[in-house]
Design a protein around this ligand. Structure first.
Ligand SMILES: *[C@@H]1O[C@H](CO)[C@@H](O)[C@H](O)[C@H]1NC(C)=O
Ligand SMILES: *[C@@H]1O[C@H](CO)[C@@H](O)[C@H](O)[C@H]1NC(C)=O
Ligand SMILES: *[C@@H]1O[C@H](CO)[C@@H](O)[C@H](O)[C@H]1NC(C)=O
Ligand SMILES: *[C@@H]1O[C@H](CO)[C@@H](O)[C@H](O)[C@H]1NC(C)=O
Ligand SMILES: *[C@@H]1O[C@H](CO)[C@@H](O)[C@H](O)[C@H]1NC(C)=O
Ligand SMILES: *[C@@H]1O[C@H](CO)[C@@H](O)[C@H](O)[C@H]1NC(C)=O
Ligand SMILES: *[C@@H]1O[C@H](CO)[C@@H](O)[C@H](O)[C@H]1NC(C)=O
Length: 367
Protein backbone atom coordinates (compact mmCIF):
# COMPACT_ATOMS: atom_id res chain seq x y z
CA UNK A 1 0.00 0.00 0.00
CA UNK A 2 1.05 3.54 -0.54
CA UNK A 3 3.37 2.52 -3.34
CA UNK A 4 3.04 4.90 -6.20
CA UNK A 5 3.85 4.70 -9.84
CA UNK A 6 7.22 6.30 -9.79
CA UNK A 7 8.53 3.79 -7.29
CA UNK A 8 7.66 0.83 -9.50
CA UNK A 9 8.15 2.46 -12.88
CA UNK A 10 10.84 5.04 -12.18
CA UNK A 11 11.56 6.02 -15.71
CA UNK A 12 8.02 6.50 -16.95
CA UNK A 13 6.85 8.18 -13.81
CA UNK A 14 9.71 10.52 -13.11
CA UNK A 15 10.04 11.72 -16.67
CA UNK A 16 6.36 12.08 -17.33
CA UNK A 17 5.63 13.55 -13.91
CA UNK A 18 8.28 16.15 -14.53
CA UNK A 19 6.89 16.92 -17.98
CA UNK A 20 3.36 17.19 -16.73
CA UNK A 21 4.42 19.21 -13.71
CA UNK A 22 6.22 21.62 -16.00
CA UNK A 23 3.03 21.88 -17.96
CA UNK A 24 0.71 22.30 -15.01
CA UNK A 25 2.92 24.23 -12.63
CA UNK A 26 5.39 26.04 -14.81
CA UNK A 27 7.24 28.40 -12.50
CA UNK A 28 7.44 29.84 -9.05
CA UNK A 29 5.45 29.21 -5.92
CA UNK A 30 2.15 27.34 -6.33
CA UNK A 31 -0.89 29.51 -5.87
CA UNK A 32 -2.56 28.98 -2.46
CA UNK A 33 -6.20 28.11 -2.21
CA UNK A 34 -7.12 31.44 -0.63
CA UNK A 35 -5.71 33.38 -3.58
CA UNK A 36 -7.58 31.64 -6.37
CA UNK A 37 -11.22 31.29 -7.24
CA UNK A 38 -10.45 27.93 -8.86
CA UNK A 39 -9.76 25.22 -8.17
CA UNK A 40 -11.63 25.10 -4.92
CA UNK A 41 -10.63 22.24 -2.66
CA UNK A 42 -12.45 21.44 0.51
CA UNK A 43 -11.21 22.25 4.01
CA UNK A 44 -8.84 19.84 5.69
CA UNK A 45 -10.10 16.28 5.67
CA UNK A 46 -10.08 14.35 8.95
CA UNK A 47 -10.64 10.59 8.89
CA UNK A 48 -9.97 7.69 11.21
CA UNK A 49 -7.42 5.06 10.38
CA UNK A 50 -9.09 2.38 8.22
CA UNK A 51 -11.82 4.66 6.89
CA UNK A 52 -12.03 6.21 3.39
CA UNK A 53 -11.14 9.82 2.61
CA UNK A 54 -12.72 11.75 -0.22
CA UNK A 55 -10.70 14.58 -1.76
CA UNK A 56 -12.95 16.98 -3.72
CA UNK A 57 -11.97 19.76 -6.04
CA UNK A 58 -14.60 22.14 -7.43
CA UNK A 59 -13.90 23.31 -10.97
CA UNK A 60 -15.71 24.98 -13.89
CA UNK A 61 -15.94 24.55 -17.63
CA UNK A 62 -12.94 26.77 -18.35
CA UNK A 63 -10.70 24.12 -16.79
CA UNK A 64 -8.78 22.15 -19.38
CA UNK A 65 -6.54 19.88 -17.28
CA UNK A 66 -6.93 18.47 -13.80
CA UNK A 67 -4.80 16.37 -11.43
CA UNK A 68 -4.62 15.28 -7.80
CA UNK A 69 -1.16 15.05 -6.25
CA UNK A 70 0.14 13.51 -3.04
CA UNK A 71 3.00 15.87 -2.27
CA UNK A 72 4.87 15.85 -5.62
CA UNK A 73 3.51 12.51 -6.84
CA UNK A 74 0.62 12.55 -9.27
CA UNK A 75 -2.17 10.22 -8.17
CA UNK A 76 -4.61 10.97 -10.97
CA UNK A 77 -4.38 13.22 -14.01
CA UNK A 78 -7.77 13.52 -15.71
CA UNK A 79 -9.09 9.98 -15.99
CA UNK A 80 -5.61 8.44 -15.94
CA UNK A 81 -4.42 6.77 -12.82
CA UNK A 82 -0.74 7.51 -12.25
CA UNK A 83 -0.42 5.71 -9.01
CA UNK A 84 -0.32 1.94 -8.54
CA UNK A 85 -1.85 2.11 -5.10
CA UNK A 86 -5.16 0.19 -5.43
CA UNK A 87 -6.64 2.20 -2.55
CA UNK A 88 -6.75 5.34 -4.72
CA UNK A 89 -9.81 5.55 -6.97
CA UNK A 90 -11.39 8.24 -9.14
CA UNK A 91 -14.83 9.23 -7.85
CA UNK A 92 -15.86 11.87 -10.36
CA UNK A 93 -14.42 13.88 -13.22
CA UNK A 94 -17.16 16.22 -14.41
CA UNK A 95 -17.27 19.83 -15.51
CA UNK A 96 -17.87 20.92 -11.93
CA UNK A 97 -16.09 18.43 -9.77
CA UNK A 98 -12.92 16.37 -9.75
CA UNK A 99 -12.77 13.95 -6.82
CA UNK A 100 -10.74 10.98 -5.73
CA UNK A 101 -11.07 8.60 -2.83
CA UNK A 102 -8.35 7.04 -0.70
CA UNK A 103 -9.60 3.83 0.87
CA UNK A 104 -8.41 2.20 4.09
CA UNK A 105 -6.45 5.29 5.09
CA UNK A 106 -3.36 4.77 7.21
CA UNK A 107 -1.18 7.17 9.20
CA UNK A 108 1.45 7.51 6.48
CA UNK A 109 -1.22 8.94 4.13
CA UNK A 110 -1.43 12.02 6.35
CA UNK A 111 -0.13 15.18 4.70
CA UNK A 112 -0.84 17.74 2.02
CA UNK A 113 -2.69 16.78 -1.17
CA UNK A 114 -2.88 19.16 -4.08
CA UNK A 115 -5.54 19.70 -6.68
CA UNK A 116 -3.85 21.15 -9.75
CA UNK A 117 -5.80 22.61 -12.69
CA UNK A 118 -5.12 24.55 -15.84
CA UNK A 119 -7.55 27.31 -16.78
CA UNK A 120 -7.01 29.48 -19.87
CA UNK A 121 -3.42 28.29 -19.88
CA UNK A 122 -2.94 29.39 -16.27
CA UNK A 123 -2.03 26.70 -13.77
CA UNK A 124 -3.59 26.92 -10.33
CA UNK A 125 -3.37 24.72 -7.28
CA UNK A 126 -5.26 24.27 -4.07
CA UNK A 127 -4.10 22.32 -1.10
CA UNK A 128 -5.94 20.15 1.41
CA UNK A 129 -4.47 18.43 4.43
CA UNK A 130 -5.47 14.87 5.10
CA UNK A 131 -5.47 14.31 8.87
CA UNK A 132 -5.56 10.72 10.08
CA UNK A 133 -6.88 9.95 13.54
CA UNK A 134 -6.08 6.78 15.45
CA UNK A 135 -7.95 5.41 18.48
CA UNK A 136 -5.96 5.31 21.71
CA UNK A 137 -4.19 2.08 22.51
CA UNK A 138 -2.22 1.11 25.60
CA UNK A 139 0.97 -0.51 24.33
CA UNK A 140 2.84 -0.93 27.59
CA UNK A 141 1.66 -1.26 31.17
CA UNK A 142 3.25 -2.37 34.43
CA UNK A 143 2.40 -5.84 35.72
CA UNK A 144 0.67 -6.47 39.02
CA UNK A 145 3.02 -5.77 41.88
CA UNK A 146 3.48 -7.03 45.43
CA UNK A 147 5.57 -4.78 47.66
CA UNK A 148 6.38 -4.38 51.33
CA UNK A 149 4.94 -1.38 53.12
CA UNK A 150 7.29 1.62 53.11
CA UNK A 151 8.89 0.88 49.76
CA UNK A 152 8.66 2.99 46.60
CA UNK A 153 6.77 1.95 43.50
CA UNK A 154 6.66 3.26 39.95
CA UNK A 155 3.94 2.27 37.50
CA UNK A 156 4.11 2.94 33.76
CA UNK A 157 1.37 3.16 31.15
CA UNK A 158 2.42 3.99 27.58
CA UNK A 159 -0.29 4.72 25.01
CA UNK A 160 -0.33 5.52 21.31
CA UNK A 161 -2.94 7.28 19.17
CA UNK A 162 -3.54 10.36 17.05
CA UNK A 163 -3.82 12.93 18.43
CA UNK A 164 -1.47 11.86 21.23
CA UNK A 165 -3.73 10.46 23.98
CA UNK A 166 -3.95 11.89 27.48
CA UNK A 167 -2.92 9.30 30.05
CA UNK A 168 -4.12 9.31 33.67
CA UNK A 169 -3.91 6.99 36.66
CA UNK A 170 -6.69 6.50 39.17
CA UNK A 171 -6.83 4.50 42.38
CA UNK A 172 -10.18 2.74 42.04
CA UNK A 173 -10.46 0.06 44.72
CA UNK A 174 -11.02 -0.98 47.46
CA UNK A 175 -12.04 2.69 47.81
CA UNK A 176 -12.40 5.03 44.84
CA UNK A 177 -9.73 7.61 45.67
CA UNK A 178 -9.69 9.25 42.24
CA UNK A 179 -6.87 10.67 40.16
CA UNK A 180 -3.41 9.98 41.46
CA UNK A 181 -1.40 10.90 38.37
CA UNK A 182 -2.03 12.98 35.26
CA UNK A 183 0.57 11.29 33.10
CA UNK A 184 2.08 7.95 32.08
CA UNK A 185 4.00 7.51 35.29
CA UNK A 186 2.70 6.90 38.77
CA UNK A 187 5.30 7.12 41.51
CA UNK A 188 4.47 6.35 45.12
CA UNK A 189 7.12 6.81 47.77
CA UNK A 190 6.82 5.02 51.08
CA UNK A 191 3.66 3.15 50.11
CA UNK A 192 1.12 2.49 52.88
CA UNK A 193 -1.37 -0.36 53.26
CA UNK A 194 -4.20 2.07 52.46
CA UNK A 195 -2.62 2.63 49.05
CA UNK A 196 -2.96 -1.00 48.05
CA UNK A 197 -5.64 -2.08 45.59
CA UNK A 198 -6.45 -1.61 41.93
CA UNK A 199 -5.03 1.23 39.88
CA UNK A 200 -6.52 2.05 36.50
CA UNK A 201 -4.69 3.64 33.62
CA UNK A 202 -6.88 5.44 31.11
CA UNK A 203 -5.82 6.71 27.67
CA UNK A 204 -8.16 9.05 25.78
CA UNK A 205 -7.96 11.28 22.71
CA UNK A 206 -11.61 11.96 21.71
CA UNK A 207 -11.28 9.73 18.61
CA UNK A 208 -12.83 6.73 20.32
CA UNK A 209 -13.87 5.70 23.82
CA UNK A 210 -10.97 5.84 26.30
CA UNK A 211 -9.13 2.58 26.81
CA UNK A 212 -8.40 1.41 30.34
CA UNK A 213 -6.15 -1.21 31.91
CA UNK A 214 -5.76 -2.21 35.55
CA UNK A 215 -2.79 -2.94 37.74
CA UNK A 216 -3.14 -4.60 41.13
CA UNK A 217 -0.85 -3.32 43.85
CA UNK A 218 -0.48 -5.56 46.90
CA UNK A 219 1.12 -3.96 49.94
CA UNK A 220 2.49 -6.47 52.45
CA UNK A 221 2.63 -5.67 56.14
CA UNK A 222 3.19 -7.60 59.39
CA UNK A 223 0.17 -8.73 61.47
CA UNK A 224 -1.71 -6.31 63.65
CA UNK A 225 -4.18 -7.76 66.17
CA UNK A 226 -7.28 -5.61 66.00
CA UNK A 227 -9.46 -7.55 68.42
CA UNK A 228 -8.73 -9.98 71.25
CA UNK A 229 -11.41 -9.90 73.87
CA UNK A 230 -11.71 -12.09 76.89
CA UNK A 231 -14.91 -13.96 77.54
CA UNK A 232 -16.74 -15.35 80.54
CA UNK A 233 -18.35 -18.80 80.35
CA UNK A 234 -20.00 -20.95 83.03
CA UNK A 235 -18.72 -24.50 83.60
CA UNK A 236 -20.25 -27.07 81.25
CA UNK A 237 -21.04 -24.62 78.45
CA UNK A 238 -19.51 -23.79 75.09
CA UNK A 239 -16.88 -21.04 75.13
CA UNK A 240 -15.15 -19.27 72.25
CA UNK A 241 -12.06 -17.06 72.28
CA UNK A 242 -11.60 -14.87 69.22
CA UNK A 243 -8.49 -13.27 67.83
CA UNK A 244 -8.74 -10.92 64.83
CA UNK A 245 -5.62 -9.86 62.96
CA UNK A 246 -5.09 -7.98 59.73
CA UNK A 247 -1.98 -8.80 57.73
CA UNK A 248 -0.81 -9.18 54.13
CA UNK A 249 -0.17 -11.94 53.31
CA UNK A 250 -2.83 -13.12 55.76
CA UNK A 251 -1.68 -14.22 59.19
CA UNK A 252 -1.19 -17.72 60.51
CA UNK A 253 -2.46 -18.19 64.06
CA UNK A 254 -1.21 -20.16 67.02
CA UNK A 255 -2.68 -20.43 70.51
CA UNK A 256 -0.77 -20.78 73.76
CA UNK A 257 -1.88 -21.34 77.33
CA UNK A 258 0.66 -20.29 79.93
CA UNK A 259 3.52 -20.58 77.40
CA UNK A 260 2.38 -24.06 76.31
CA UNK A 261 1.35 -24.38 72.69
CA UNK A 262 -2.15 -25.79 72.23
CA UNK A 263 -1.93 -28.70 69.86
CA UNK A 264 -4.68 -29.31 67.34
CA UNK A 265 -7.01 -32.13 68.15
CA UNK A 266 -6.98 -31.79 71.93
CA UNK A 267 -10.18 -33.35 73.18
CA UNK A 268 -13.06 -30.92 73.46
CA UNK A 269 -11.09 -28.03 71.94
CA UNK A 270 -11.04 -26.89 68.34
CA UNK A 271 -9.16 -24.17 66.52
CA UNK A 272 -10.94 -22.56 63.56
CA UNK A 273 -8.76 -20.42 61.32
CA UNK A 274 -9.86 -17.99 58.68
CA UNK A 275 -7.66 -15.46 56.83
CA UNK A 276 -8.28 -12.66 59.34
CA UNK A 277 -9.67 -14.50 62.31
CA UNK A 278 -8.88 -17.42 64.59
CA UNK A 279 -11.33 -19.01 67.03
CA UNK A 280 -10.45 -21.24 69.95
CA UNK A 281 -13.60 -23.22 70.76
CA UNK A 282 -14.21 -25.14 74.02
CA UNK A 283 -17.19 -27.43 73.58
CA UNK A 284 -17.68 -28.09 77.32
CA UNK A 285 -15.77 -25.67 79.53
CA UNK A 286 -14.34 -27.16 82.73
CA UNK A 287 -12.57 -25.54 85.70
CA UNK A 288 -9.07 -26.19 84.42
CA UNK A 289 -9.82 -24.44 81.06
CA UNK A 290 -10.02 -21.04 82.74
CA UNK A 291 -6.96 -18.84 82.49
CA UNK A 292 -4.93 -16.70 80.14
CA UNK A 293 -4.44 -17.67 76.52
CA UNK A 294 -2.09 -16.07 74.03
CA UNK A 295 -2.96 -15.69 70.40
CA UNK A 296 0.10 -15.36 68.15
CA UNK A 297 -0.40 -14.05 64.60
CA UNK A 298 2.49 -14.26 62.16
CA UNK A 299 3.35 -13.87 58.49
CA UNK A 300 6.62 -13.58 56.59
CA UNK A 301 7.04 -9.96 57.72
CA UNK A 302 6.71 -10.51 61.46
CA UNK A 303 4.57 -11.63 64.35
CA UNK A 304 2.60 -10.20 67.23
CA UNK A 305 0.58 -11.61 70.14
CA UNK A 306 -2.28 -10.76 72.43
CA UNK A 307 -3.43 -12.17 75.73
CA UNK A 308 -7.04 -13.34 76.07
CA UNK A 309 -8.68 -14.53 79.27
CA UNK A 310 -11.29 -17.27 79.57
CA UNK A 311 -12.85 -16.56 82.93
CA UNK A 312 -15.52 -18.21 84.98
CA UNK A 313 -19.00 -16.73 84.83
CA UNK A 314 -21.54 -17.73 87.42
CA UNK A 315 -24.85 -18.45 85.80
CA UNK A 316 -27.47 -16.06 87.16
CA UNK A 317 -29.84 -18.12 89.35
CA UNK A 318 -33.12 -17.06 90.92
CA UNK A 319 -31.38 -16.67 94.30
CA UNK A 320 -28.66 -14.28 93.01
CA UNK A 321 -31.30 -12.19 91.22
CA UNK A 322 -33.29 -11.93 94.45
CA UNK A 323 -30.14 -10.89 96.29
CA UNK A 324 -29.50 -8.13 93.79
CA UNK A 325 -32.99 -6.70 94.17
CA UNK A 326 -32.64 -6.77 97.97
CA UNK A 327 -29.30 -4.88 97.92
CA UNK A 328 -30.85 -2.17 95.77
CA UNK A 329 -33.77 -1.69 98.06
CA UNK A 330 -31.51 -1.46 101.07
CA UNK A 331 -29.10 0.98 99.45
CA UNK A 332 -29.55 4.35 101.16
CA UNK A 333 -30.37 7.27 98.90
CA UNK A 334 -27.32 8.86 97.31
CA UNK A 335 -26.90 11.98 95.22
CA UNK A 336 -26.77 11.86 91.41
CA UNK A 337 -22.97 11.71 91.43
CA UNK A 338 -23.05 8.36 93.19
CA UNK A 339 -25.17 6.67 90.55
CA UNK A 340 -22.21 5.60 88.42
CA UNK A 341 -20.81 3.65 91.36
CA UNK A 342 -23.56 1.10 91.29
CA UNK A 343 -23.82 -1.36 88.39
CA UNK A 344 -25.96 -0.59 85.37
CA UNK A 345 -28.82 -2.90 86.36
CA UNK A 346 -29.50 -0.97 89.55
CA UNK A 347 -28.67 2.57 88.48
CA UNK A 348 -32.04 3.14 86.88
CA UNK A 349 -33.86 2.06 90.00
CA UNK A 350 -31.60 4.21 92.16
CA UNK A 351 -32.33 7.15 89.82
CA UNK A 352 -36.06 6.84 90.47
CA UNK A 353 -35.58 6.92 94.20
CA UNK A 354 -33.87 10.29 94.23
CA UNK A 355 -36.26 11.72 91.62
CA UNK A 356 -39.19 11.32 94.03
CA UNK A 357 -38.17 14.05 96.56
CA UNK A 358 -37.55 16.44 93.65
CA UNK A 359 -41.10 15.86 92.42
CA UNK A 360 -42.51 16.51 95.87
CA UNK A 361 -40.46 19.73 96.14
CA UNK A 362 -41.72 20.84 92.77
CA UNK A 363 -45.35 20.29 93.77
CA UNK A 364 -44.86 22.18 97.03
CA UNK A 365 -43.39 25.19 95.23
CA UNK A 366 -46.40 25.35 92.86
CA UNK A 367 -48.83 25.97 95.69
C1 LIG B 1 1.22 9.77 0.08
O1 LIG B 1 2.61 9.95 0.23
C2 LIG B 1 3.19 9.32 1.34
C3 LIG B 1 4.65 9.73 1.40
O2 LIG B 1 5.31 9.43 0.23
C4 LIG B 1 3.03 7.81 1.16
O3 LIG B 1 3.59 7.16 2.28
C5 LIG B 1 1.55 7.50 1.09
O4 LIG B 1 1.37 6.11 0.87
C6 LIG B 1 0.91 8.28 -0.02
N1 LIG B 1 -0.54 8.06 0.05
C7 LIG B 1 -1.30 7.93 -1.01
C8 LIG B 1 -2.75 7.69 -0.78
O5 LIG B 1 -0.84 8.01 -2.12
C1 LIG C 1 -5.14 22.26 7.70
O1 LIG C 1 -4.10 21.47 8.27
C2 LIG C 1 -2.85 22.12 8.32
C3 LIG C 1 -1.81 21.14 8.81
O2 LIG C 1 -2.28 20.43 9.91
C4 LIG C 1 -2.98 23.35 9.22
O3 LIG C 1 -1.74 24.05 9.24
C5 LIG C 1 -4.07 24.27 8.68
O4 LIG C 1 -4.27 25.34 9.56
C6 LIG C 1 -5.37 23.50 8.51
N1 LIG C 1 -6.35 24.35 7.87
C7 LIG C 1 -7.61 24.38 8.27
C8 LIG C 1 -8.53 25.27 7.49
O5 LIG C 1 -8.02 23.70 9.20
C1 LIG D 1 12.27 5.94 48.04
O1 LIG D 1 12.54 7.13 47.35
C2 LIG D 1 13.19 8.13 48.15
C3 LIG D 1 13.29 9.39 47.34
O2 LIG D 1 13.73 9.13 46.05
C4 LIG D 1 14.55 7.61 48.58
O3 LIG D 1 15.18 8.56 49.38
C5 LIG D 1 14.37 6.32 49.35
O4 LIG D 1 15.63 5.76 49.68
C6 LIG D 1 13.57 5.31 48.54
N1 LIG D 1 13.24 4.17 49.38
C7 LIG D 1 13.47 2.92 49.02
C8 LIG D 1 13.09 1.85 50.01
O5 LIG D 1 13.97 2.62 47.95
C1 LIG E 1 -19.48 -31.53 80.21
O1 LIG E 1 -18.52 -32.17 81.05
C2 LIG E 1 -19.04 -32.61 82.31
C3 LIG E 1 -17.90 -33.10 83.13
O2 LIG E 1 -16.99 -33.82 82.36
C4 LIG E 1 -20.12 -33.65 82.01
O3 LIG E 1 -20.69 -34.06 83.20
C5 LIG E 1 -21.20 -33.03 81.10
O4 LIG E 1 -22.15 -33.99 80.75
C6 LIG E 1 -20.60 -32.46 79.84
N1 LIG E 1 -21.62 -31.75 79.11
C7 LIG E 1 -21.82 -31.89 77.80
C8 LIG E 1 -22.90 -31.06 77.19
O5 LIG E 1 -21.14 -32.66 77.15
C1 LIG F 1 -4.06 -13.17 83.23
O1 LIG F 1 -3.68 -11.91 82.76
C2 LIG F 1 -4.08 -10.83 83.55
C3 LIG F 1 -3.72 -9.54 82.87
O2 LIG F 1 -2.82 -9.72 81.84
C4 LIG F 1 -3.42 -10.95 84.93
O3 LIG F 1 -3.85 -9.89 85.76
C5 LIG F 1 -3.82 -12.30 85.54
O4 LIG F 1 -3.16 -12.49 86.76
C6 LIG F 1 -3.49 -13.43 84.61
N1 LIG F 1 -4.03 -14.67 85.13
C7 LIG F 1 -3.37 -15.82 85.16
C8 LIG F 1 -4.10 -17.01 85.70
O5 LIG F 1 -2.23 -15.90 84.70
C1 LIG G 1 4.31 -12.13 73.06
O1 LIG G 1 5.00 -10.91 72.82
C2 LIG G 1 5.90 -10.54 73.85
C3 LIG G 1 6.45 -9.18 73.54
O2 LIG G 1 6.75 -9.06 72.18
C4 LIG G 1 6.99 -11.60 73.98
O3 LIG G 1 7.84 -11.26 75.04
C5 LIG G 1 6.34 -12.96 74.26
O4 LIG G 1 7.30 -13.97 74.29
C6 LIG G 1 5.30 -13.29 73.21
N1 LIG G 1 4.58 -14.50 73.58
C7 LIG G 1 4.44 -15.53 72.74
C8 LIG G 1 3.69 -16.70 73.30
O5 LIG G 1 4.88 -15.54 71.62
C1 LIG H 1 -22.50 0.27 82.37
O1 LIG H 1 -22.18 1.52 82.91
C2 LIG H 1 -20.89 1.98 82.57
C3 LIG H 1 -20.58 3.25 83.35
O2 LIG H 1 -21.73 4.01 83.52
C4 LIG H 1 -20.87 2.19 81.06
O3 LIG H 1 -19.56 2.63 80.62
C5 LIG H 1 -21.18 0.89 80.35
O4 LIG H 1 -21.24 1.10 78.92
C6 LIG H 1 -22.52 0.34 80.85
N1 LIG H 1 -22.76 -0.98 80.27
C7 LIG H 1 -23.92 -1.36 79.78
C8 LIG H 1 -23.99 -2.76 79.26
O5 LIG H 1 -24.85 -0.62 79.73
Amino acid sequence: MGVCGYLFLPWKCLVVVSLRLLFLVPTGVPVRSGDATFPKAMDNVTVRQGESATLRCTIDNRVTRVAWLNRSTILYAGNDKWCLDPRVVLLSNTQTQYSIEIQNVDVYDEGPYTCSVQTDNHPKTSRVHLIVQVSPKIVEISSDISINEGNNISLTCIATGRPEPTVTWRHISPKAVGFVSEDEYLEIQGITREQSGDYECSASNDVAAPVVRRVKVTVNYPPYISEAKGTGVPVGQKGTLQCEASAVPSAEFQWYKDDKRLVEGKKGVKVENRPFLSKLIFFNVSEHDYGNYTCVASNKLGHTNASITLFELNEPTSSTLLQEVKTTALTPWKGPGAVSEVNNGTSRRAGCIWLLPLLVLHLLLKF
